[in-house]
Design a protein around this ligand. Structure first.
Ligand code: 4AD
Ligand code: MG
Length: 472
C-alpha cells in the first residue's frame, strides 16, 4: 500500500500501517545483520530497524550520522520492556538518503562534546542545536512563550508589536547601542515600556514579546547583549496590584499561572522533568522584602560589596596569600546598589523567589513613581519599584509604577539630564487623561534558565549575543 507521510510526533495513530518519515540520523547502531537508527525530525525521535535486504544495500558512506534520509516501512508497537521512543519502531523496507553528511562523525563526536571549549561550542552553535539538550531547551522556550500568551489572553491583555529602532532611552544612556538612522542618531531599543504606556488609552492592558538590546560590558551568566523581553503594562492599578499580578495571589497572575500551565501539559511537564528533575513550582505568596530590609539582611549575613572610589572604580589590595590584586570588601549601606554577586548569594541562601521592592530613586530609572513619605521619615526617597529574584539566577523581573503626573515627569527628565523633546509623545500621556499605571519586564532567557536549571542564559537563546559575539 501507499505509505502515509507523517511527522514523528503524529505516528501513534498510524501503528500497524505503512508510513514514510523524513528526518536526520540522530544515532546509529550496527548489529551484524541488523542496523538500528534513531531518526530525528524536530518533532520527536523514532527508532527504525533495517534488516536483511535493506542492510545489504546499506551504504556506509551515505547512511551516516546527521545525513537526512527518508525511511519507509511498517510501524510496529514495541513491548514496554524494550524502550523505544513513542513505544513503537519503524521496520524499514525502503530508504533513501536525501542529503549525505560526510564528516559529521568527526564534527559531532570529536569536536562537539562535553569537554569542548565554550568558544568552540559558541562557534558551532548551529550544530549544538541538533543535540537533545539544546533542542529540549528551545522546545520548552516555545512552550513557555505560548503559555505566557495564553495567560495574557485569559486576562484580556492585548499583544502589540513595538519598534526596535527608537530615538529615546528607557534604562539609562550608558547601555544604548547607537546607530546612524538616515543621518540622525537612533538606538536599538532597551525596553518597549514607553510604547506600551501609550497603548493603555487605546487598547487597555497590553503586553509585548520583543528583543531588547543592552550594550553592557558584562560577561556574566545572566547578561546578553540582545535578549527577549516580555513586558506588560496595566492601567488603573496600585503598586500592590502590580506585585500581586507578577506573582500569583490576587486579581491577575502571570508567573505561577504560566508555570501551572506548563506542568499541566504532559509534553512540557516531561521536558521540565528531563532538564530540571528537581523542579518544584514556587509556593505563593512570594516573600516580599523592602530594599532597606535587604541591606540589613546582607549585613547580618556578612555579604559585602567591593569598595569603590569616588569615580566608581573598584578599590583593590594585594592578597597576602595569593599575591593577586583583590577587591577591598565593605558592608552595604542604605543607598548602595545590590550588585549581582550579593543578590545571587541572597537568593541562594533564602532559596525561594523574593520580591525586593522600594529601591531608592537614585538607583532607578527616571520614570518611576516615588513612594509616599511618612511624616518625619528619614533616608533616601524610594520608588514604587520591584525586582523579582529567583534562586540560581537572581533578578528575572523588573517592574514599577510610573510617574502619572506631568510636572513630576518634567522634573524627572531635568534631574536626569534628559532632553525632553524626543519624549513629547510619552509626556503627552500625562496631558490627556493620565492614570495610575505600572508594568514590568521579564527576561525570557533568565526565566528559562531558572525553569530549565541552565547554568547560563546563553543556553536559553537560539543564537546568543554577548560582548564580542554576534556569530553565528
Ligand atoms: O530591569 P530592567 O532593565 O527593566 C526594564 O527594562 C523596564 N523598562 C521593564 C518594564 O518595566 N517594562 O529589565 C527587565 C528584565 C530584567 O529583570 C531581566 O530579567 C532582563 O530584563 N534583562 C536582561 N536579560 C538578559 N540580559 C540582559 N543584559 C538583561 N538586562 C535586563
Ligand atoms: Mg532591573
Amino acid at each position: 500500500p501507499q505509505p502515509v507521510k507523517a511527522k514523528i510526533v503524529k505516528l501513534e495513530s498510524l501503528r500497524g500501517q505503512r508510513v514514510r518519515v523524513s528526518g536526520w540520523v540522530h544515532r546509529r547502531r550496527d548489529q551484524q545483520e541488523i542496523m538500528f537508527i534513531v531518526l530525528r525530525d524536530g518533532t520527536g525521535y523514532l527508532q527504525a530497524v533495517l534488516t536483511g535486504n535493506t542492510t545489504k544495500t546499506y551504504d556506509a558512506v551515505t547512511l551516516q550520522l546527521e545525513a537526512s534520509v527518508e525511511l519507509t516501512g511498517t510501524l510496529k508497537a514495541v513491548p514496554e520492556g524494550q524502550r523505544a521512543p513513542g513505544g513503537h519502531e519503524l521496520v524499514v523496507d525502503y530508504w533513501r538518503v536525501l542529503g549525505p553528511a560526510p564528516g559529521a562523525e568527526e564534527a559531532f563526536t570529536n569536536r562537539l562534546n562535553e569537554q569542548s571549549d565554550p568558544s568552540i561550542l559558541a562557534d558551532l552553535r548551529h550544530l549544538v542545536l541538533r543535540g537533545e539538550t539544546a533542542s529540549s531547551v528551545l522546545r520548552l522556550r516555545a512552550a513557555l512563550l505560548s503559555a505566557f500568551r495564553a495567560s495574557y489572553a485569559e486576562h484580556d491583555f492585548l499583544e502589540v508589536t513595538t519598534p526596535c529602532l527608537v530615538q529615546t532611552q528607557v534604562e539609562g544612556g550608558a547601555t544604548l547601542f547607537k546607530l546612524d538612522y538616515y543621518g540622525q542618531p537612533a538606538f536599538l531599543t532597551q525596553s518597549s515600556q514607553l510604547y506600551l504606556e501609550t497603548c493603555l488609552p487605546s487598547l487597555g492592558d497590553v503586553f509585548c514579546v520583543q528583543e531588547s538590546f543592552r550594550a553592557e560590558n558584562s560577561h556574566t551568566r545572566r547578561h546578553l547583549s540582545e535578549y527577549t523581553h516580555l513586558e506588560a503594562e496595566l492601567a488603573f492599578i496600585t503598586f500592590d496590584d502590580l506585585m500581586s499580578h507578577i506573582e500569583a495571589i490576587a486579581r491577575l497572575f502571570i508567573i505561577c499561572e504560566t508555570v501551572d500551565k506548563l506542568l499541566a501539559n504532559p509534553v512540557t511537564a516531561a521536558l521540565i522533568k528531563t532538564l530540571n528533575p528537581n523542579f518544584t513550582p514556587p509556593s505563593r505568596p512570594f516573600m516580599r522584602m523592602s530594599y532597606g530590609s535587604a541591606i540589613a539582611w546582607l549585613n547580618e549575613h556578612k555579604i559585602q560589596r567591593p569598595a569603590e572610589d569616588t569615580d566608581g572604580n573598584v578599590i583593590t589590595k594585594k592578597d597576602e596569600v595569593t599575591g593577586k590584586d583583590e577587591p577591598v570588601m565593605v558592608d552595604h549601606e542604605v543607598g548602595d546598589d545590590i550588585a549581582e554577586a550579593a543578590e545571587r548569594q541572597m537568593t541562594d541562601i533564602i532559596g525561594t523567589p523574593i520580591f525586593l521592592y522600594g529601591f531608592p530613586a537614585e538607583l532607578k530609572a527616571f520614570y518611576m513613581q516615588k513612594m509616599p513619605r511618612k511624616e518625619g521619615e528619614q533616608g533616601p526617597i524610594c520608588t514604587e519599584s520591584c525586582d523579582l529574584l529567583m534562586p540560581g539566577v537572581g533578578e528575572i523581573v523588573g517592574g514599577s509604577m510610573r510617574i502619572a503626573d506631568m510636572e513630576e515627569l518634567l522634573a524627572a527628565y531635568k534631574r536626569e539630564g534628559i532632553d525632553s523633546a524626543p519624549y513629547y509623545w510619552f509626556t503627552d500621556q500625562r496631558k490627556y487623561g493620565t492614570c495610575q499605571h505600572g508594568g514590568y519586564g521579564l527576561g525570557v532567557e533568565r526565566f528559562l534558565a531558572w525553569l530549565a536549571n541552565r547554568y547560563t542564559v546563553r543556553e536559553c537563546s537560539l543564537y546568543p549575543r554577548w560582548p564580542g559575539r554576534a556569530t553565528p
